[in-house]
Design a protein around this ligand. Structure first.
Ligand SMILES: Cc1cc2nc3c(=O)[nH]c(=O)nc-3n(C[C@H](O)[C@H](O)[C@H](O)COP(=O)(O)O)c2cc1C
Length: 366
């Protein structure tokens, strides 16, 4: 499997894997794709710097990228203390009551209380960009809109191309007008923030709308789907959910066994698009936690970034509870294909052999 994107990014296969885990990102790059490390989990840019040092040592000189979150349309400044004050008591009480009703234990006194995610504040995301550009990254991607034009220019000044996710052709056009180099066409099926248009419709619309390489995202978990994406006009694929059920993921986040068990059990019907994770529509694994927010007495989710600050302490408790029915995790419909936890290299080999098989099948139709 080879496209012009392989030359541009210096990779063997046009398969890009987004992941919050440095171990997974390094393994994707070593397997010939491009591992893209999600930075939003790093409230402290120093910690990101340290993790990117680790990436530099563990990628055998293979290219890798980073992903930051700079929402284009969200008021994104303030400290956690200021923002906490904006969270209504009704919402806090609902979260507490729900955790109690679901039987989620309190965190042990010695457990480290992780702060809410501040990575979507522009000040924090800009610090991610500053740090990342000191490393030999080959791509910066932005979720939720084009990054500010000065950030695009900063990346270009370092010779680093910029990608941005788009859920509509109109967003894709805006990205390219702003100087973005690659558009990630993210279909409705995708894990995480997603729009309302399915990949089958979105991808050709975007491929025809912009004069830039387009990466297909949302619902890609097999060689068949990669072949379809290339047929629809993509220069490569951008994958996310697939890499959650990997052995390497546990090396970064050892307390993710319950999440992986839930993914293995889930079918493609077991996700839901909801605002309860961040305040913007994002596709999550459907669990008793997501269902609780559909109760008639549940409050409306708060706008970004308040909703994530509200639920972050609950996420810590849900995570520690270790119960597959109580996971809170972005995941796409493709999780229906996941039937076991595997090493990254095995998944990559299956994608590639599946692609060859799909092409051979198509060849017979000529
Ligand atoms: C657990 C998880 C977290 C995600 N977080 C981000 C993020 O921080 N930034 C981003 O650009 N995309 C994020 N995404 C979306 C992925 O980059 C990717 O576009 C998406 O997973 C592709 O669809 P798929 O899940 O069907 O493979 C996330 C996806 C998942 C599953």
């Amino acid at each position: 499997m080879h496209t012009a994107l392989c030359e541009t990014l210096g990779i063997e296969h046009p398969i890009i894997g987004f992941t919050p885990s440095e171990h997974v990102a390094a393994a994707i790059s070593k397997a010939g794709g491009l591992g893209v490390l999600g930075c939003v989990r790093f409230n402290d840019a120093g910690e990101l710097d340290h993790v990117l040092d680790w990436m530099d040592e563990h990628t055998e000189g293979r290219p890798y990228g980073v992903d930051v979150v700079m929402p284009a349309k969200v008021p994104t400044e303030g400290t956690q203390v200021d923002l906490d004050k904006l969270i209504p008591e009704e919402h806090k009480a609902f979260v507490e009551r729900t955790l109690r009703e679901l039987g989620v234990p309190e965190l042990p006194a010695e457990a480290e209380q992780r702060a809410g995610v501040l990575g979507w504040l522009h000040s924090v995301a800009r610090s991610h960009v500053e740090v990342a550009l000191r490393h030999p990254i080959k791509l910066i991607a932005n979720a939720l809109g084009s990054p500010p034009v000065d950030v695009i220019e900063q990346a270009h000044a370092h010779g680093v191309p910029v990608a941005a996710l788009a859920g509509k052709a109109e967003h894709a056009r805006r990205h390219v007008d702003n100087g973005v180099d690659f558009v990630v066409a993210q279909g409705y099926e995708a894990g995480g923030h997603t729009g309302e248009i399915g990949s089958m419709v979105l991808l050709p619309e975007i491929a025809e709308a912009v004069d830039a390489p387009v990466l297909a995202a949302g619902g890609i978990g097999s060689g068949r789907q990669m072949a379809a994406a290339l047929a629809l006009g993509a220069a490569g694929v951008w994958t996310g959910s697939l890499w959650l059920a990997t052995e390497e993921y546990l090396q970064t986040m050892p307390n993710s066994v319950a999440m992986q068990t839930a993914l293995v059990r889930a079918t493609s019907s077991d996700t839901v698009r909801t605002r309860i994770y961040t305040g913007k529509p994002a596709r999550l694994l459907k669990t008793r936690w997501t269902e609780a927010w559909t109760a008639p007495d549940a409050p409306k989710p708060l706008p970004m970034p308040l909703q994530n600050l509200l639920v972050s302490p609950a996420h810590n408790r849900l995570h520690e509870a270790g119960d597959p029915e109580l996971v809170s995790m972005p995941a796409g419909q493709i999780i229906g294909r996941i039937d076991r936890v595997r090493p990254v290299a095995e998944i990559m080999a299956d994608l590639l052999s599946g692609y060859e098989e799909a092409l051979a099948r198509l060849e017979k139709t000529r």
